[in-house]
Write a protein that binds this ligand. Sequence first.
Ligand SMILES: [Zn+2]
Length: 344
Amino acid sequence: MRATVLYGAGDVRIERVPDARLIEPTDALIAVTRACICGSDLWPYKLMKPGEPPRRMGHEAIGVVEAVGSGVRTLKAGDVVVMPFAYSDGTCAFCHEGLHTSCVHGGFFGTVELPGAQAEAVRIPLADGTLFVLPVGEDDALMASLLTLSDVMGTGHHAARTAKVGRGKTVAVVGDGAVGLCGVIAARRLGGERIIFLGRHPDRIALAKAFGATDVVSERGEAAVARVRELTGGFGVHSVLECVGTDQAMLTAIGIARPGGAVGRVGVPHYETIPASQPAFYNNLTISGGPAPVRAYIAELLPDVLDGRIEPGRVLDRVITLDQVPEGYRAMNEREAIKVMVKP
Ligand SMILES: [Zn+2]
């Protein structure tokens, strides 16, 4: 089969690899019908060091179950399923607490350990706990939005949850990628009243407004902090969704949170220590967040997608074939595309 392999910074290739197959009795095999390139894929695409082992990329997919192991109980061939970016057993202490990304038997797709989904097929460990069966056909009109349930919509929702968004709250979203845009949807959905979107790209601003952003701040750094404070009577916002993962984004997030507020961070941090420790302390800020347990959120978000109340699939602004994946990485890295959908 064909799959995406990252060899080094800027060096991503489509190659013939051995067919994905069942290994454990708890595995399922899915034929990938839709996959994505993720903003987090761009980190190794930009920063992979010489000597690091090649990686089979991709952690977001919808597919059709082709085969299941003898120990799989809830899935059958032909089921249309969404694959969360992490696999999980669904039965351990953390899965029961809704924190599937900390599953004691879990792990992540698209890593050195487990081949990813930018491929024709993918092996799913712990398939009963991992996959979510969708009540639609494989070419449903809502497919783009359903696909976001494997990562970006669930991750935006997690940012909003951990930033304690609620009815009447003021919210700011740092990060204008697909996750930040889904964060706007989530903030509106959870009752955020005023939603300030930090971004400068006209297409992304337009989408953020369509998703419910009430204000846009295009300044950066200290100027952005000053502008958000100006918009909020000098106080800052209750909830900040930090959807980037740089120390600068975190510095901005802490700078615009009002006393007693919360920052939910979902961008993979590329810094060692959280900046602005003293302002965060003196303002009694909650700094929370982490890898989103998207498996736990699918059941909550799915009805809104099926009813058309939310349309997170609008972040997928380019569709490519598997052979075009290297071009897709380039387009996302150069910010020509917000998020790329792959149809193998
Ligand atoms: Zn678990």
